[in-house]
Write a protein of this length. Structure first.
Length: 284
């Protein structure tokens, strides 16, 4: 069985920054979002698109998932981006500000066969999240918490409670559809403690990983979104105890004073699969 793809650390790189695109070949990010949208100024967009095509042609990104964020299809650049990305060697195309499945249909027609990713960053998108996640071409959601805060008109920073409902609508839709869901960026890229706290929060909510804006953030996300030794040991103990209970003809085991049923075993197996995928990555 192929190891599951990891999305603990998903690094944005403006496609206008040649040095950063090269540096990413040696960074420990699980995935890269090559950005043609907000991080690239209008004047730079055509050159950035061409530079990105060349970097992807050269290759060398190894295990890292290569996702290209294009401009919205209603902008001056979106359709040219989509046409160019259709011919690029990448693992996915990320569309910003997706607020309906119709937008996904439009992109799918322009980049046939490419897995699509959706920036979930508008209130309407959150309210339509299930219909978007259920689209057969959609492989994952990326939360855009900066745009979301702007569109909601809510406070930023703190514990993110003003946007929690909106974020959780997206997360629930992703889980219902069985697609990946990656948390928004932490803007204060020199604040390691703040980033770690937000990663812990995102993981507790059920996110698969965090989008990042600077290489210094990668190690923190990789560590927080990896199952810890205690989690792995507990998962192994649960599976062992449950197998033993089944052998006795019972459907419930008890580990550390807590019941363990079939549903807990599904979670335990996922934990071990993720830990195994990380180990395989580290030893490859
Ligand atoms: C934030 C930055 C502008 C900081 O850049 P800089 O001042 O150059 O940082 P450093 O000098 O500390 O860089 C050290 C080295 O690391 C490389 N570097 C920097 N950033 C990246 C990166 N993202 N990927 C790869 N490599 C990177 C530098 O080249 C230096 O290398 P070396 O020459 O070897 O020393 C900058 O980090 C940056 O531009 N970050 C990305 C910003 C971005 O992509 N923003 C858009 C995405 S966020 C978003 O849109 C959110 C969403 O839509 C929402 O709504 O929330
Ligand atoms: Mg955005």
């Amino acid at each position: 069985m192929a190891a599951e793809a990891l999305y603990r650390s998903v690094l944005y790189i403006p496609a206008s920054r040649a040095r950063a695109m090269d540096k990413a070949r040696g960074l420990d990010a699980d995935a890269i979002i090559f950005d043609l949208e907000d991080a690239v100024s209008p004047d730079e967009k055509p050159a950035a698109r061409a530079a990105l095509a060349e970097e992807l042609r050269i290759g060398g990104y190894g295990h890292r998932q290569r996702i290209v964020r294009i401009n919205g299809l209603d902008t001056d650049w979106g359709r040219d981006d989509a046409e160019a990305v259709a011919g690029m060697d990448c693992d996915g195309v990320l569309l910003p500000k997706v607020d309906s499945p119709g937008l996904v249909d439009a992109l799918a027609a322009l980049v046939p066969g490419k897995p699509l990713w959706c920036m979930m960053e508008t209130p309407r998108g959150a309210l339509n999240a299930l219909a978007i996640a259920d689209h057969t071409a959609v492989a994952g959601f990326v939360l855009g918490t900066n745009d979301l805060a702007k569109e909601l008109g809510c406070a930023t920073g703190g514990d993110r409670s003003p946007m929690l409902t909106t974020i959780q609508l997206c997360l629930a839709a992703a889980r219902a559809a069985g697609i990946v869901c990656v948390d928004g960026v932490y803007n204060a890229f020199k604040d390691a403690e703040g980033l770690a706290a937000e990663c812990v929060q995102g993981r507790a909510w059920g996110m698969d990983g965090k989008t990042l804006i600077h290489p210094a953030q990668i190690e923190i996300a990789n560590s927080v979104f990896a199952p810890g030794d205690e989690e792995v040991a507990l998962a192994e103990k649960q599976i062992e105890a449950f197998d033993e209970a089944v052998r006795r003809g019972e459907g419930v085991a008890v580990v550390d004073g807590k019941i363990v049923e079939n549903l807990h075993i599904e979670t335990a197996r996922k934990t071990l699969a993720r830990a195994g995928a990380i180990r395989a990555r580290e030893t490859s």
